[in-house]
Design a protein around this ligand. Structure first.
Ligand SMILES: [Zn+2]
Length: 236
C-alpha cells in the first residue's frame, strides 16, 4: 500500500504480472473518518493477490474495521473493476455507485455486448450516478461521464485537490498517458472526445487504474493524450 498523495492510497499493483499494473484506490474521506474505495480488482483466483484481503489489511493499517469503507465507487463494468464488488459490498456494508448506464450492465440487465471482461455475477449498485453529480467522498468528488471505453464509464474529479481519477478512460502504458487500446474500447471516437473534455479540467494529478499515476502536469498530459487519440486533429 502506498500513499501517493495525502489521503490517496494505492493498494499495490493487484496483478503486476499482467502487462498493466492494476491499482485499486482507497481515498480517506475529509469528513466523518471513513474511506472510499475506487474500483475493486479482479476476483480471487484470477490473480495471485486477493484484493479483499488487501482491503482488510489496509483497514488494519489504518486501525479501523471494514465498516470504515463507506462507499465503493465504480468507474465501469469490466471485471477487473467490479470483480470484488459484491463481496466487498457485503463485507463493508458500503453504498455502491456507478453511472446509470453502467449500473444496468453490472446488473446484467441487459448483458453488455462490447469488448473487455464482463462481470461474473450480476450486482445491483445502490446509487445510480449521472454526469455532474457530486459524491460526498474524499474531499468532494464530481462525476464526469466519459463514454468511450464503455458506454457508461465515469471519471471522478476532486476539484479542491485538482486530482482526476480516470478509471480506464485513460491509462498509463510504457510511461505515457493515453486512451485505452481499441480492442478493449467500445468507441475510440467517444473515448477521444471524453479525453478532450477531461483535458479542459484544472488537473494537476491524474490517477489512473492501470499504470503509474501522473502526479504533476496532469492537464498537459491530458491535452496531449486527447489530441493523440484523435490523430492530433483537435486542440484541447
Ligand atoms: Zn476497462
Amino acid at each position: 500500500m502506498t500513499e501517493i498523495l495525502p489521503g490517496v492510497f494505492l493498494l499495490d499493483p493487484a496483478n503486476a504480472e499482467l502487462r498493466h499494473a492494476t491499482n485499486v484506490i482507497v481515498l480517506k474521506d475529509a469528513k466523518g473518518g471513513g474511506y472510499t474505495l475506487l474500483d475493486t480488482g479482479l476476483p480471487k483466483g484470477m490473480v495471485p493477490r486477493d484484493m479483499v484481503a488487501e482491503v482488510e489489511q489496509f483497514c488494519r493499517s489504518q486501525k479501523v474495521g471494514l465498516s470504515a469503507i463507506k462507499r465503493i465507487l465504480i468507474t465501469h463494468l469490466h471485471l477487473d473493476h467490479t470483480g470484488n464488488l459484491k463481496v466487498l459490498a457485503e463485507k463493508t456494508g458500503a453504498k455502491t455507485f456507478a453511472h446509470w448506464l453502467e449500473a444496468s450492465f453490472i446488473a446484467k440487465d441487459p448483458v453488455y455486448k462490447g469488448p473487455g471482461m464482463l462481470p461474473q455475477e450480476p450486482f445491483s449498485v445502490s446509487e445510480r450516478l449521472k454526469d455532474g453529480d457530486s459524491v460526498d467522498a474524499f474531499e468532494g468528488l464530481v462525476v464526469y461521464h466519459t463514454p468511450g471505453h464503455t458506454p457508461g464509464h465515469v471519471a471522478y474529479y476532486a476539484p479542491s485537490r485538482k486530482i482526476l481519477f480516470t478509471g480506464d478512460s485513460l491509462m498509463v502504458i510504457d510511461g505515457k498517458l493515453q486512451v485505452s487500446a481499441a480492442q478493449y474500447t467500445f468507441s475510440q471516437q467517444m473515448a477521444a472526445l471524453s479525453a478532450r473534455r477531461l483535458a479542459g479540467l484544472d488537473v494537476e494529478s491524474v490517477v489512473v487504474y492501470h499504470g503509474e499515476p501522473v502526479l504533476k502536469g496532469g492537464r498537459e498530459a491530458l491535452k496531449k493524450a486527447g489530441a493523440e487519440a484523435y490523430g492530433g486533429k483537435f486542440e484541447s
